[in-house]
Design a binder for this molecule. Structure first.
Ligand SMILES: Cc1ncc(COP(=O)(O)O)c(C=O)c1O
Length: 398
């Protein structure tokens, strides 16, 4: 494969180095936990890192290697490591580098379990954690005055759809401490809408459960970055701390999903733009948060940073009661958490994905119980809009 080829070509063919046995078109599922050595000398050389080759599937497996190569292509990083879930990726990446006394500055608006990990577990472990709003550069400058080891935020934040200026924040973090690791969760944007590493991020994490797989049938994650950082994440975070391994079958399914990612992201973005505009025009909807809308608070940053707008929308009906009734009245859209699937999914962050936040913390992070999150799927946009319209109408009835 050539680096000059288009992303769509490279996500189909990858860089699999002729690893497909018997001329198989698809990379087989290497359903094996361990790999035979030819001699004790070979086993010792592999453990010492003096010889390439597989040892044991917690450390590496050929079915996983192909998708790790593809993620490095997608995020324009030297390397990537696959995990058994997005949270496996996030906890492995962060705990590899953080210890008692380290300082983390994270955005206030994060996926609920990431927020819980930092807010509770990290503090219990003696890590100094501060939550700020990274769209406020004054607040960022103030927080980063104190020596900071890691900065963490999401490209498009879950659930508020905020867009942080990665370049500005990464430059500031590295100016204050050249060793500070800037970690960005790129789940909503995928490497197709935005490549945080190109904007200065050191580490990119993903829940691959979402767009990367795209079919709602796998739980997976990735961490992407330099060879040096990824070696540490693999040999410490994955091998010794979490052991959050992605199995060969799930790796195979993810490889299949990645082949159609460019097609799917283009359609998710196109559909979401139509749905966001329709929601804006609906009576009973007070606010719509979508990175493609001119009304988005960081529209200019989004324009600069995002090549496509992705399929995630948040909106606020007039009251929390209307929001609840609307979600209970959808007929085609599915009331379910997760995102990035073919089906349009609707959910309530306040009581579901972000129930790890107290009401006070939600307010601080910029959302309330009125907020509804929508992952716009690949159905016909008119059908999605019609379903939301009828659900809202039913919700508005006394
Ligand atoms: C932005 C974001 N990051 C991480 C995760 C966690 O991923 P997983 O559910 O694959 O562990 C999620 C899950 O919803 C998410 O939305």
């Amino acid at each position: 494969m050539s680096k000059d080829q288009a992303m769509s070509t490279r996500l189909i063919h990858g860089d699999s180095h002729g690893m497909k046995p018997y001329g198989s078109l698809q990379m087989p599922i290497f359903q094996t936990s361990t790999f035979e050595f030819e001699s004790t000398a070979q086993g010792a050389a592999r453990f010492a890192g003096q010889e390439d080759g597989y040892i044991y599937s917690r450390l590496g497996n050929p079915s996983r290697a192909v998708i790790e190569e593809k993620l490095a292509i997608l995020e324009n990083t030297e390397a990537a490591v696959a995990f058994g879930s997005g949270m496996g990726a996030i906890s492995s990446a962060t705990t590899t580098f953080m210890k008692k006394g380290s300082r983390l500055v994270a955005d206030k608006a994060l996926y609920g379990c990431t927020f819980a990990l930092f807010n509770h577990k990290f503090r219990e472990l003696g890590i100094d954690v501060e939550f700020i709003d990274f769209t406020d550069m004054k607040a960022a400058r103030k927080a980063l005055r104190k020596k900071t080891d890691m900065v963490y935020f999401e490209t498009i934040s879950n659930p508020t759809m905020k867009v942080v200026d990665i370049e500005k924040v990464a430059a500031l973090a590295h100016e204050k401490n050249p060793d500070c690791l800037v970690v960005v969760d790129n789940t909503f944007a995928t490497g197709l809408c935005c490549k945080p590493h190109d904007h200065g991020a050191d580490i990119v994490v993903h829940s691959a459960t979402k767009y990367l797989n795209g079919h709602g049938d796998v739980i997976a994650g990735f961490v992407c970055g330099s060879n040096d950082l990824m070696m540490k994440v693999r040999t410490v975070g994955l091998k010794d701390i979490t052991g959050s391994v992605l199995g060969p079958l799930d790796s195979f399914l993810l490889n299949r999903g990645l082949k159609t990612l460019p097609l799917r992201m283009a359609k998710h973005s196109e559909n979401a733009m139509k749905v966001a505009k329709a929601l804006e025009a609906m009576d009973g909807i007070e606010a719509v948060y979508y990175v493609g809308l001119k009304s988005h608070p960081q529209y200019k940053v989004a324009k600069k940073e995002l090549a496509m707008t992705s399929g995630m929308i948040a909106f606020e009906p007039k009251t929390a009661k209307i929001a609840e009734k609307m979600m209970n009245n959808v007929k085609m859209c599915v009331l379910a958490v997760s995102l990035g699937d073919c089906e349009t999914l609707i959910e309530h962050p306040g009581s579901m994905t972000h129930s790890t936040y107290t009401e006070e913390e939600m307010k601080e992070a910029g959302f309330t119980k009125k907020l509804v999150r929508l992952s716009v799927g690949l159905e016909c946009a008119d059908d999605i809009i019609a379903d939301l319209e009828q659900a809202l109408k039913a919700a508005m009835k006394k």
